[in-house]
Write a protein that binds this ligand. Structure first.
Ligand code: AP5
Length: 195
């Protein structure tokens, strides 16, 4: 099993690159943002609780997203590996993920961290907000609140995995294809090492 985390601030291209990476490597895509948005669309109790945080650009409580990921891992016993997108977002989530994976006798192989300037992130998200229908993309205040939340709580996740030498930084500006090639190079190296 080969598991990777695509890491980076809001708007750094995690979702865009995930689509191409899962096709190439046959991984199961687990995006907590996508799962939460589908809960909101289904008007479930979990979705309604999550929406109140997401609309302010704040993180949803750890226990909610950890429970979601635990269920998703259980629901996919045949997966060749997982690509985690938007998870883990706190050190507590990272520790919980490591425990869940160790129960399955597997682990995170690599954390690929996309690096994009703050001005480019804001530009991309506000631009997407014109058409995406995502309420958290429509106001600059909420977009910037998401970036503040990233620096306050999520950037520490990279430090957590650095202690295990699992983090590779990738320039997240340039064409989608160039960034995809840089990500694939790192994945191929780690896959070779895992054989
Ligand atoms: P989530 O859905 O995870 O959103 P996010 O991290 O804010 O990320 P985005 O989807 O906005 O950006 P992305 O990095 O995927 O970039 P994308 O490829 O879309 O989370 C939303 C909310 O859910 C959170 O705020 C939180 O409330 C909650 N949540 C989710 N997970 C949670 C967790 N684990 N714990 C607690 N709460 C959680 O690209 C963005 C735009 O840029 C697109 O328009 C794209 O076309 C464009 N773009 C991509 N690449 C390029 C490029 N190379 N050049 C130019 N434009 C590009």
């Amino acid at each position: 099993m080969f598991n990777l985390i695509l890491f980076g601030p809001p708007g750094s291209g995690k979702g865009t690159q995930s689509e191409n990476l899962i096709k190439k490597y046959g991984l199961k895509h687990l995006s907590t943002g996508d799962i939460l948005r589908s809960e909101i669309a289904g008007q479930t109790a979990l979705g309604l609780e999550a929406k109140s945080f997401m609309d302010k650009g704040q993180l949803v409580p750890d226990e909610v997203v950890i429970g979601m990921i635990s269920s998703a891992l259980e629901a996919n016993p045949e997966a060749a590996g997982f690509l985690f997108d938007g998870f883990p977002r706190t050190t507590a989530q990272a520790e919980a993920l490591d425990k869940l994976l160790s129960l399955k006798k597997t682990e995170i192989a690599v954390v690929l961290a996309l690096e994009v300037s703050e001005e480019e992130l804001v530009k991309r998200l506000l631009n997407r907000g014109k058409t995406s229908g995502r309420s958290d993309d429509t106001s600059e205040e909420i977009v910037r609140a998401r970036i503040v939340e990233y620096h306050a709580k999520t950037s520490a996740v990279a430090d957590y995995y650095r202690q295990f030498d699992k983090v590779e930084s990738i320039k997240g500006e340039g064409s989608v294809d160039e960034i995809f090639d840089a990500l694939c190079k790192q994945i191929d190296v780690r896959m070779e090492e895992a054989i």
